[in-house]
Design a protein around this ligand. Structure first.
Ligand code: NAP
Length: 250
């Protein structure tokens, strides 16, 4: 039997975890939609690499997930190109670290816009197509920060991810029985988000934080991507409305 070729959209896939997720699906022979916000060059490079390495079809577009018009444009384009949407990975995200006294309302709103409202708008835009196919999988990239440890410096990020976990449950209920909606909550992952400009500070930070992790290291983006591909697969056909921690034991 020929393997089913899925159409997979990954938001924020120009770099980091999103790029690893795009590569994982491409390695399985799926058609991948690479979306970038500002890093067009990196996204185009990834498109070239995936097409050359895995002989898959890809689409690369700009998409700011805070713009409903951008999202609609992407969905229309994907349907025009591939005729279907099987998997949506709401991966795009931003973080902020600052003293509580210095946080502004504007920054707080911007963060919620990207990390929480974006996934809502994108999920709602793809759902009718998945419903029509009677099949689909939506995976939200959340964070262990949304699961209650408490980090005042990133309280708006934590709130956005706690909100995303709630959104996951609600959409799983709303879109049942055909669309499964799940979230992954990674701990520390080696990407731009987890590193800082000062390499000495970064090395010290990674060393200290790794002491709190049973596996004594940060995750590789590919380790998050493997779990995303599992959640999207038929092997996870009964997993729905769930938030899976992937933090190496913390
Ligand atoms: P990253 O390396 O900073 O990459 C962020 C991605 O999001 C980039 O592709 C960026 O696009 C995109 N993006 C930013 N603002 C956007 C917007 N307004 N619209 C659309 N795309 C936008 O981050 P990462 O570490 O890979 O994080 C990916 C996801 O994992 C995030 O949701 C993050 O919260 C979550 N996460 C990360 C960690 C970690 O330790 N790294 C841990 C737990 C959860 P451009 O580059 O094109 O601008």
């Amino acid at each position: 039997m020929e393997k089913e070729q899925r159409v997979v959209i990954v938001t924020g896939s120009s770099r980091g975890i999103g790029a690893a997720i795009a590569e994982k699906f491409a390695s399985l022979g799926d058609s991948v939609v690479i979306l970038y916000h500002q890093n067009k060059e990196k996204a185009l490079l990834l498109k070239q690499e995936l097409e050359a390495k895995y002989s898959v079809q890809t689409l690369c577009m700009a998409c700011d997930v805070t713009s409903e018009d951008n999202i609609k444009e992407v969905v229309q384009n994907v349907i025009k190109t591939f005729g279907r949407i099987d998997v949506l990975v709401n991966n795009a995200g931003i973080d902020q670290s600052s003293f509580v006294s210095e946080k502004t309302k504007e920054d707080f709103i911007q963060l919620l816009d990207v990390n929480l409202i974006g996934p809502f708008l994108f999920s709602r835009a793809v759902a009718p197509f998945m419903q029509e196919q009677k099949k689909g999988s939506i995976i939200n990239i959340s964070s262990t920060n949304g699961m209650g440890d408490g980090h005042p410096m990133s309280l708006e990020y934590d709130a956005s991810k706690a909100g995303l976990n709630s959104l996951t449950k609600n959409l799983a209920k709303e879109y049942a029985p055909y669309i499964r909606v799940n979230a992954l909550a990674p701990g520390w992952v080696k990407t731009d988000m987890a590193i800082c400009e000062d390499k000495e500070v970064e090395a010290l930070f990674i060393k200290e934080e790794s002491k709190n992790i049973f596996l004594q290291r940060f995750a590789e983006p590919s380790e998050i991507a493997s779990t995303v591909s599992f959640l999207a697969s038929s092997a996870a056909s009964y997993i729905n409305g769930t938030i899976i921690r992937i933090d190496g034991g913390y």
